[in-house]
Each structure stands twice: as C-alpha cells, then as structure tokens.
Design a protein around this ligand. Structure first.
Ligand SMILES: [Zn+2]
Length: 310
C-alpha cells in the first residue's frame, strides 16, 4: 500500500495553518494516487485535550477532507500503539544501536558551548560510559535512550539526505537523537518512523518547520526497516501560515480556528475557498481543486493571515 497522512496532536482546535496543511496533504496524496490516513499524535498526555480529537475530525470534514480506513478504523492513536514503539526500541538496543543518556537539557546546553561543539547537536557525553559509571548515574537520574548514530572517521555525524517535492534534497547531519524520553515515553521521531512504516505511509506532507528532522527520520527508518524502505519515502514540506508580525500563526492571534471564524459569519464553504485561494487553486470542491493541482505551481512563500482582514 502507498499512503499519505495527516497527523495532528489533539491539543486543542486546529487553526487555519493546520487545516491548510491537512488540505495540502490530501491533495498530494490523491494527486499521486495514494490513500490518505489520519493519525492522532497523542503521546504527550499533558497536552492532550479531552474532546479535541472529535472537534479536529469535524473541522477536517467541514473543509472537505475524507480519510481512508486503516485496520478497520477511521484513524489511529499513538497512545494505543506503545508496544510497537517499545519493540522497535528493543530491536535497536539488541543491535547495539542505543545508549543510555543521563544528561539534563542544561548539561547539553553547557557542553555545546565548548569551543569545538556544534550548537544543538548532542555532544556524545554518555556515548561511551562504562557499566560501572552507568550504574552510578542510574541511581541519580533515570536515563533517556539515544540512538547510537554512525560516525564518520573524523567523528562527524553522518550526512543523510531525504527527497522533498518542494525543497529538493534535504541533507543534514544525524546526531544521537532521543528515542525514548527519561519518563519512558517514546520520542516523537521514533513514533513517527514506526507508524509511517507500519501503516504504509511513503509520502509525508507537513509544515516546513519540521523539514530539518526528515534526514534523521529517514536514517532511523533505514536502520529499522532497511534502506529501501527509507529511500521510498518522499516528503513535501509546505510553507507555514504566518500572522501579521511574520510569526507562525497561533491561536492567540485571534479568530484563526473554524469555530471562531464561524462566529464571525464565515461558512465552511467560504473557509474552504479561502484556503484553496491561498494555494492558488480555484474555488469549489476539493475534487475540483485536485484537477488543477500541480506541486510545481504551489506558492513557495508563507501565507500571511490577518484575522481582521475578513
Ligand atoms: Zn548524555
């Protein structure tokens, strides 16, 4: 099976930027003859809001999106798939591809201030701790699990590329990123890679602030499922929606959710047409928009939305 997907976190109402990305994910999937799947990324229990999932589904339906079923369900939830993530982490551990890390955020921040360190890249502090040292550290602080990424001869992180339909080749160094947080929860990058592979997702359309994680995810997919599985995945990182100050659109910007816009008198049809117009597509149904859809002519600049313009 070949599929694309939309994967929101049920942490509240979707805003226009989320809906627009969902619409693009649907267009890319259907344009390329793929199924289109819905996945709720609800691993962060503190951010999950009761009722948000149903509201998001209603909003996505209201702008015309429909999803294919998977394993007999209209959507899947990450919180119900924990054993799959654990199995993946265990397989990596058995192959010697993980290590325990006892660093706090502060430890990492301080270590990456050293003269030869790369900011934001894990400095390798816990990569080669002895068993005695690990036992001592475990008594002080629970460990997270990091990927033991390959190293070039000079110690540099391996450069990995992912193919993007809009950005071309995305290349980045893959560091020892976290697979399991120190509270035991699987990390975002791990869960995404496992879910995408096991549900047949080989097209990933999402906002372009996530583009930098594509090489790490492609690398992990290769380790877990083989390089062929990794190279089949195609990405499309789409421009964000920004507010009038040039910052990423957020709920505090005012009427930016479907329910808030409805209160201002904007119908679902008008909302859909506004989103299609922002993509340079004709007003009408999504099926009609699909006829004119061409990734090459999509706007490459962020869409600036000013709620008061309406
Ligand atoms: Zn560490």
């Amino acid at each position: 099976m070949h599929a694309g997907r939309y994967a929101p976190s049920p942490s509240g109402d979707l805003h226009l930027g989320n809906l627009r990305t969902g619409m693009l994910a649907w267009l890319f999937a259907r344009w390329s003859g793929r199924e289109f799947l819905l996945r709720f990324e609800d691993l962060d229990a503190e951010r999950t809001v009761e009722g948000a999932e149903a509201q998001q589904l209603e909003d996505l339906h209201a702008v015309g999106l429909r999803f294919d079923s998977q394993q007999g369900h209209s959507s899947i939830r990450q919180s119900e798939r924990l054993s799959l993530y654990t199995q993946a982490i265990e397989r990596l551990t058995e192959s010697g591809l993980t290590f325990e890390c006892f660093c706090s955020r502060k430890d990492i921040r301080e270590a990456t201030r050293a003269p030869h360190a790369t900011p934001g890249v894990y400095p390798g502090t816990c990569r080669n701790l002895s068993e005695v040292e690990r036992a001592r550290r475990r008594a002080e602080r629970p460990a997270s699990l990091r990927l033991r990424a390959d190293r070039e001869d000079d110690g540099a992180a391996p450069q990995v590329s992912a193919q993007d339909l809009l950005l071309g080749e995305i290349t980045a160094g893959v560091d020892d990123f976290v697979l399991q947080r120190n509270d035991g929860a699987p990390a975002y990058n791990l869960a995404v890679v496992v879910d995408d592979h096991l549900t047949g997702v080989d097209q990933v359309v999402r906002a372009d602030d996530l583009a930098a994680s594509a090489p790490s995810q492609a690398y992990l997919r290769g380790l877990l499922y083989g390089t062929e599985a990794a190279s089949e995945v195609v990405y499309a990182h789409v421009p964000l929606v920004l507010n009038a100050d040039g910052r990423r659109l957020a709920k505090r910007d005012g009427a930016v959710t479907r329910s808030a816009l409805r209160e201002q008198g904007l119908t679902d049809e008008a909302l859909r047409e506004m989103l299609l117009d922002s993509l340079g597509l004709p007003a009408g149904t999504l099926a009609a928009a699909l006829e004119s859809f061409d990734p090459a002519s999509l706007p490459r600049e962020p869409w600036v939305f000013r709620p008061r313009d309406l």
